[in-house]
Write a protein that binds this ligand. Structure first.
Ligand SMILES: Cc1ncc(COP(=O)(O)O)c(C=O)c1O
Length: 396
């Protein structure tokens, strides 16, 4: 390396979060799968369903009609209004297209929100365990991330005393994910009310990632923006990746008070210049006409969740947390005397089943693994049985 060459910015330090190690097994397993080896990938949150045909057809039609040029940078009004209508229908909160800005996925919307709200000197509270990209995404503008545990003993539900204790004069925002990845916890209306009370009392923003809104099983999804006094201090981020099996299309958005819209628009201008027009047309169709497809997928996820939980119940020493939502089951493997990282490595080496070390999502989840149910029931059953066989081998 030549030290006389120009250097990079300190920004690059803030975007190089930990957690990469946890993905090693997943990457290894994906490569092995490509080589045709006998592996089962239970480590990824990418729906196995194809994007519904009608959505694909809408994109193809738009492409054929020449919709291949620059499109409105903040999103076409038709798409923004479809997002606003969908949100209003679910939340009963009056929402207009100019509350909405379209981004290239929920991740991109989180990046934008972080850039628009947070900077040096700010603290941002997020609940641990949290989605792996949060650490880098929330700190990229220079803010400091304060991780507040959602203790495993409390089934990974938020502890209001811990959140309250973490608030300082520098706190600018609280970030929540409901339903949560990796825990599958969907916050109740009263939990959200307690968070809202804190946000109002201390004059904080709330950033809420609701990407699993459509994959909620027995319980109901509540959105914090709809609580009294919260619409003016909440940024709701969401997208079509999970609800419509559209991870590769890169469609996400922010729903926020109108005063933030010009800032989000400025940011789309300098970092994105809008998502493709044919993708916007397909996304509009997904929101307006394809809700049923999302409900069908949810029902399949529910059956898969039940299957994984009942198969793993055959292992005496595993504690399986039945998720209320999303596409992951959390399993406590501490009774087997291995760290969750070693457990994942040894499981993969012995059985070809890749799962994720949930410790990558935060200290509260150390000792737990995350199993995705993004495969068909036959493969999931096979995967679970391999896990049970592995446990029998390591524990006699
Ligand atoms: C909680 C959470 N937020 C955001 C994302 C990223 O979503 P998108 O594909 O819309 O960028 C994921 C993906 O797994 C996630 O689990």
């Amino acid at each position: 390396m030549n030290s006389n060459l120009p250097g990079v910015s300190s920004f690059t330090d803030r975007i190089s979060g930990d957690g990469a190690e946890a993905w090693d097994i997943h990457l290894k397993a994906s490569e092995a799968l490509e080589r045709g080896e006998d592996v089962i990938l239970l480590s990824i949150g990418d729906p196995d369903f194809p994007t519904p045909d009608a959505i694909v057809n809408r994109a193809v039609e738009a492409l054929r009609a020449g919709d291949t040029h620059y499109a409105a940078t903040a999103g076409r009004t038709t798409l923004r209004q479809a997002i606003a209508d969908d949100f209003q229908q679910r939340s009963e909160l009056p929402t207009h297209y100019d509350n909405v800005v379209v981004f290239a996925g929920t991740q991109n919307a989180l990046f934008a929100t972080s850039m628009v709200l947070l900077e040096y000197g700010d603290e941002v509270i997020a609940l641990d365990p949290m989605y792996v990209s949060y650490e880098a995404s929330l700190q990229l503008g220079g803010a400091k991330l304060i991780c507040v545990p959602q203790p495993a003993e409390n089934a990974f539900r938020p502890d209001m005393n811990l959140i309250t204790a973490a608030i300082t004069p520098a706190t600018k925002a609280i970030v929540i994910t409901t339903p949560n990845n990796p825990t599958g916890v969907a916050l109740t209306k009263s939990e959200l009310q307690s968070i809202a009370d804190l946000a109002i009392k201390h004059n904080l923003w709330v950033i809420t990632d609701e990407i699993y809104t459509d994959i909620v099983f027995e319980t109901e999804h509540f959105t914090i923006a709809a609580l009294p006094g919260m619409a003016e201090r909440t940024i709701t981020i969401n997208g079509l990746s999970k609800s419509h099996a559209m991870t590769g299309w890169r469609v996400g958005w922010t729903i926020a008070p109108k005063r933030l819209t010009p800032h989000f628009e400025n940011l789309t201008l300098c970092m994105l210049y809008g998502i493709p027009g044919f993708v916007q047309e397909a996304a509009t169709h997904a929101l307006k006409e394809q809700r049923h497809a999302s409900i069908e997928m949810r029902d399949i996820y529910k059956r898969r969740r039940d299957l994984v939980c009942s198969e793993l119940a055959n292992a005496e020493k595993l504690t399986v947390l039945k998720p209320q939502a999303a596409m992951y089951v959390m399993v406590d493997v501490r009774a087997y005397g291995l760290s969750s990282g070693d457990f994942c490595r040894e499981l993969y080496a012995a059985t070809g089943v890749s799962v994720l070390d949930a410790g990558a999502f935060g200290n509260s989840a150390k000792g737990w693994i995350r199993i995705s149910y993004t495969l068909d029931e036959g493969t999931l059953r096979d995967g679970c049985r391999r896990i049970i066989h592995f446990l029998q081998q390591i524990h006699g």
